[in-house]
Design a protein around this ligand. Sequence first.
Ligand code: NAG
Ligand code: NAG
Length: 122
Amino acid sequence: MHFSTILLAALTSTSTIAAPAPAPAPNTLSARATPLIDLWQDSGFLGLKFTGKSNVGTCENLAGSGFNNNVSSGKAKPGFRCTIWVNKDCDGTGFSFNANPGSNQFPSWIDNKSSSWKCVAA
Ligand SMILES: *[C@@H]1O[C@H](CO)[C@@H](O)[C@H](O)[C@H]1NC(C)=O
Ligand SMILES: *[C@@H]1O[C@H](CO)[C@@H](O)[C@H](O)[C@H]1NC(C)=O
C-alpha cells in the first residue's frame, strides 16, 4: 500500500519534481541501484526496451547487451535527465533528454550508436 502510493506519486509527477532517492553512499553501488533510464531499439519508444539501473551521476556502459549501438529513442525516469554517448565511459559529446517528452528519435549522429549513459537529477 505504502509502496504503491509512492510509485503512483512518482509516475504522476511530471511537472513537480518529486525528490528522488537520496544519493547513496559510495560503497553501496549495486545495492542501491535505481531505475533511471528507458531506451528502446526503435524510434517512437517502440521495440525492445532496456531499463538502465544505476546510481545518480554514475556512468554505465551498454556493452554486452543487445542494446549497445542499437537504440533509437529514450526517456529518463521522472525526476531525472539522462545523457547518452557514442563512446563508452561517457566520453566525448553526449545527447541529453528528459522524462517527458524524452527523445522519440535520436539524431542520426548517435542513432544506433550509443555505448554509454548517465542520469542526473532534473
Ligand atoms: C537491434 O535492434 C533491432 C530492432 O531495431 C533488432 O531487430 C535486432 O535484433 C537488435 N540487435 C541485437 C544485436 O539485439
Ligand atoms: C537505426 O536502426 C533502426 C532499426 O533497425 C533503423 O530503422 C534506422 O534506420 C537506423 N538508423 C540509422 C541512422 O541507421
